[in-house]
Write a protein that binds this ligand. Sequence first.
Ligand code: FES
Length: 153
Amino acid sequence: MPNSETNTRTRREFFANVVMGSGLLLGLGGLAARFAEFLYPVVPPQKLIKALAGKLSDIPKGGARMFNPLDAHVMIVDDGTQLLAFSAVCTHLGCLVHWDSQAERFVCPCHHGVYDTDGNVVSGPPPRPLERIKLAIEGDQIFVFLAVREEPT
Ligand code: FES
């Protein structure tokens, strides 16, 4: 017949193990939730905002000009047949490109990345073309459609 001290110790050990096991499960659950958030981050949806960039007369014939609607850096170029809009942010490390009117190319001053009038990489380290931005012309005004993320409230 087991004595009462052994029974008490056994019960205490049992409850201690239950408490520790529960804590371990909660901790592992929290860790798994964090890991799942890391793997599948919640990204707020993007929406396009129409913003006035400038006037047609602001763009030199066969040239380009930077505009800053909604604090974005947008380069609009006249390629001879149409107007194209690009993000002026270099796809290498994020410097702002400028328009070289003699070479008729976008040039990044940081590491000499060069893009053509279609935003394609001609030379240098940029890994991708300049990001294309949709534009619309209404009368003599040029509007661009900027992608913005809605921040969760
Ligand atoms: S940041 Fe433009 S080439 Fe490096």
